[in-house]
Design a protein around this ligand. Sequence first.
Ligand SMILES: Cc1cc2nc3c(=O)[nH]c(=O)nc-3n(C[C@H](O)[C@H](O)[C@H](O)COP(=O)(O)OP(=O)(O)OC[C@H]3O[C@@H](n4cnc5c(N)ncnc54)[C@H](O)[C@@H]3O)c2cc1C
Ligand code: SF4
Length: 358
Amino acid sequence: MSQTANEMNDKYGFDAEGLRAYAGRYKEDAMIAVSSSGGAASALAECVIEEGGVVFGAVYTDDFKGACFACAKSKEELLPMKTSKYIMTDKRILKDGEWVSVFEEVSMALTGGSTVMFIGLPCDVGALLVYLDRQAVDTEKLFTVDLICHGPTYPEVQKDYVETLEAKYGAPVKEFSTRCKAKGWTPPFIRAVFENGKVHKERFYESEFGFAFRLYSRTSCFSCKFKGDDHKADITVGDYWGLKEGMTQYHRLGVSVLFSRNEKGEALMKMLSARSDFLVEDADKTLALDNNRNFFQRIKKPEQKYEKFKTDFEAHGLHYAVIKNPDYKIHKKRILKRRIKGLMPGAMIRSLKNKRVK
Ligand SMILES: Cc1cc2nc3c(=O)[nH]c(=O)nc-3n(C[C@H](O)[C@H](O)[C@H](O)COP(=O)(O)OP(=O)(O)OC[C@H]3O[C@@H](n4cnc5c(N)ncnc54)[C@H](O)[C@@H]3O)c2cc1C
Ligand code: SF4
């Protein structure tokens, strides 16, 4: 049943009616496979590059122990921006061997007359717009894209995780992803490739990194000022959670949801829809929002568990902080249950489920 504008706005607590929602994904499986969801962020960036513009987005640092920004002028330079880095980025880019402010670089590109796209977390976009406003920079040629945001963890978590892997595998990391689609869109896997050719793969939410991501978000994320109506970007992109196998728009490798909120957003959507390699359709806004509350709600701070994790992490590192956390036993139990289930034939699982229903 369709909802009236008021019902929808009351339900979500912001002007949801004012948003246009789209489902989007690359047509080619290989392109979706290397993207976080359906590849909408990359495809939007390609639209700008094809028009001669430049794109600023997040990349890992060369050692994969942190993340920062980079500026792409070609499609090849967009590749390292692909997939989610679940840590807060340094707001700098490496230019001619020097670290410089990404906001300053965006400002210079706009002042120089370039069309610019900036892709970041909602607070990154908010901070950029404040900076440009203070500098009185003309933003007519600026397009902004932000992501639905759970809140990243600290870069120190990634550093610790990567260094532990490097010690275990005996070589530096040369490729790293937290959104490897080894079994499709979900569950996400961590995949790290080492200089000696070895490969590490584990389910993200079963890893110590994933444990920290769920619990140990940046403090400011618990009072995030960029939810619902307060997203400042022209378009917000996320995973179109809620789509299930059997639904027409579902794709086993992932689908993006895009929320456009102004004329620039609609202009970008027009460019995206005109692409022959990308599929855009209207999305079911209620389905998308019901299954992605991080768009309009802040995450809650698990006070005591958080403080304990922080203290343990700062004193003894990631492994110690995870195994000493009160949630660790539940976490281990969940992993064990999933593994046992994985060993059981399908018929046995169905029979157990039927018994439970009776
Ligand atoms: C910390 C974090 C939390 C998220 N939480 C949610 C959530 O709760 N629900 C949800 O639906 N989606 C969430 N996302 C977004 C989701 O993971 C995908 O990034 C989104 O669906 C876009 O996928 P894509 O295939 O279009 O992106 P791709 O085409 O793979 O491109 C990824 C884009 O994300 C940008 N990016 C990656 N990491 C960062 C970062 N740390 N900071 C700034 N920009 C970055 C890159 O610049 C790139 O443009 C989150 C992303 C991050 C980084
Ligand atoms: S949750 Fe809010 S404050 Fe935290 S990174 Fe995302 S946009 Fe920024």
